[in-house]
Design a protein around this ligand. Structure first.
Ligand SMILES: [Zn+2]
Length: 67
């Protein structure tokens, strides 16, 4: 493990505020992160997969659905 977890916390904060935000990958710093939302059966939250196509890093976060 690297010390990039702080970077991912920051990424999660930014995505929580703006789901379309473009953020450089905290692992490689060479590409913008992509994201996709995965609907969960318990319909109060969505799971967001944030990933880097360049280096393959990925992280998951939970977001409350906005109605
Ligand atoms: Zn990367």
């Amino acid at each position: 493990m690297s010390n990039s977890s702080e970077g991912w916390i920051e990424v999660a904060k930014l995505f929580a505020e703006d789901r379309e935000v473009e953020i450089l990958c905290p692992e490689c710093g060479k590409a913008c992160l992509k994201s996709e939302e995965i609907a969960l059966p318990s319909d109060k939250t969505v799971e967001k997969r944030i990933y880097c196509e360049y280096c393959g890093a990925e992280n998951f976060m939970r977001l409350n659905k906005k109605f």
